[in-house]
Ligand binder design. Structure first.
Ligand code: NAG
Ligand code: NAG
Length: 282
């Protein structure tokens, strides 16, 4: 009896810690002086940008590995010059970071989804994509699966990028520093749209991006340790071992063939001394 109650308590603790999905509970607004809003009892969050300021939020928890989904609906209409960033990051000089950044565009012209991975303070691993849908019409799910073997970026369940753990080949991999989730909407018209040629049209402000259905199956990190290391019998951590299966491989190839517009791994001009090691390991 006592052990049943104990198991039930463990289960409840895990569920609350691992996948709550309420913005009031899981996030805090960090800047923007009222431009970021949590609405509908925590079901919806909106960020806005005008000439005076952008806005942003971050997760209350820090995570060390997880499968994290968020639905975003990006700034509609003429969003040129605006950037909506959604990323995981640790703190400090040798921080790790996993980035999605959405670069706005003129009405009818395509957004760019810009991705990057920083390990030990070093990035320069950009890959950019067009999307196969209009990301401003509806909410779409942007996911990061981060486990000890790899980092997988997905859009509506379709993998678009994998960063494998190649520590055995001397490439550092994020696995010791807990990260928070951050998001912000700001003006970056010096570079975002067509390399900075198209500026933000402030007559269209305020610009607004929306968030909903946050879901994290993740290891919450606190000073007393990780929610995953407690040998919790009822927590399903199958995501910890998940890797790209054959279907995933085929999908990622489809995306990279049809929608990828920049890949640092093929930019030989940028790396005259040779491509980064993770690019040349099969
Ligand atoms: C914006 O549209 C132009 C023209 O189609 C395209 O070249 C560019 O890649 C698009 N995206 C951004 C963010 O500049
Ligand atoms: C764990 O989760 C995965 C994916 O969500 C599911 O396929 C699997 O059946 C689950 N396993 C258990 C033991 O609940």
């Amino acid at each position: 009896m006592a052990s049943k109650i104990f198991l039930a308590l463990l289960f409840i603790t895990y569920v609350v810690a691992a996948s709550a999905g309420n913005f009031n509970q899981d996030f805090e607004i960090t800047w923007g002086d009222g431009r970021a809003k949590i609405l509908n009892n925590g079901e919806l969050l909106t960020l806005s940008l005008d000439k005076a300021s952008g806005s942003g939020f971050r997760s209350r928890n820090e995570y060390l590995f997880g499968k994290i989904d968020m639905q975003l609906k990006l700034v509609p209409g003429n969003s040129a010059g605006t950037v909506t960033a959604y990323y995981l990051s640790s703190l400090g000089d040798v921080h790790d970071e996993i980035d999605f950044e959405f670069l706005g565009n003129l009405s009818g012209d395509p957004y760019i989804l810009h991705t990057n991975v920083f390990t030990q303070g070093k990035g320069n691993r950009e890959q950019q994509f067009y999307l196969w849908f209009d990301p401003t019409k509806d909410f779409h799910t942007y996911s990061i699966l981060w486990n000890p073997q790899s980092i997988l970026f997905s859009v509506d369940g379709t993998p678009i990028r994998e960063f494998k753990n190649l520590e055995s080949k001397g490439v550092s991999f994020p696995k010791n520093q807990a990260m928070r989730i951050y998001s912000s909407l700001w003006n970056a018209d010096d570079w975002a749209t067509r390399g900075g040629l198209v500026k933000t049209d402030w007559s269209q402000a305020p610009f607004t991006a929306s968030y909903r259905n946050f879901n994290a199956q993740a290891c919450v990190w606190t000073s007393s340790g990780s929610s995953c290391s407690s040998n919790n019998p009822s927590s399903n951590q199958s995501w910890m071992k998940q890797s790209l299966d054959a279907t995933g491989q085929a999908r990622i190839q489809w995306v990279q063939k049809n929608y990828m517009i920049y890949n640092y791994c093929t930019d030989t001009k940028r790396f005259p001394q040779g491509l980064p090691p993770e690019c040349t390991i099969a």
